[in-house]
Design a binder for this molecule. Structure first.
Ligand code: 5GP
Ligand code: ZN
Length: 138
């Protein structure tokens, strides 16, 4: 299941060269060409899935263990103090390449800082109503 027009299909399957840190039958892990920090990696499945909602369950089950393995190797090999897993779905969520991928972003003491959301207080009624809107569709 490849998409001829998809850049990440081409990279994941080796048609376009990349700085590859890991490869197996299901995945290629590459360095992001516009890293948020040194070592910023992208986990790419070799098959094309638009986003997490379309991901094959077998592939999905392998993603988090692989992300943990990559993050642990970053801590040892790059000396980062931790790492973020980021996964965007939809344009409004920041997705720019519509081939499922997970960002593994090393975090170092002293930065660089990475923008996060601005928290705001929510009251219990709002939380309950919002939870209900999601729960009823599951
Ligand atoms: P998104 O915004 O979709 O979650 O993330 C897409 C990421 O892919 C961005 O961080 C962007 O820098 C990276 N990216 C896009 N095209 C290429 C490419 O051709 N090669 C590499 N190595 N990274 C890419
Ligand atoms: Zn693709």
């Amino acid at each position: 299941m490849k998409d001829e027009t998809c850049i990440f299909c081409k990279i994941a399957n080796g048609e376009i060269p990349s700085a590859t840190v890991y490869e197996d039958n299901d995945f290629r892990v590459i360095l992001d060409m516009n890293p948020a920090s040194k070592g910023h990696a992208l986990i790419l499945p070799k098959n094309h899935y638009k986003d997490v909602c379309n991901l094959d369950s077998t592939v999905a089950a392998k993603v988090l263990p692989l992300a943990a393995k990559i993050g642990a190797a970053m801590e040892k090999g790059l000396g980062c103090a931790g790492f973020n897993l980021v996964q965007n779905n939809g344009t409004e969520a920041g997705q720019t390449v519509f081939h499922f991928h997970v960002h593994v972003i090393p975090r170092y003491q002293g930065g660089p800082s990475i923008a996060a959301w601005e928290p705001h207080a929510a009251n219990e009624k709002e939380l309950a109503e919002t939870a209900e809107k999601i729960r009823t569709l599951l």
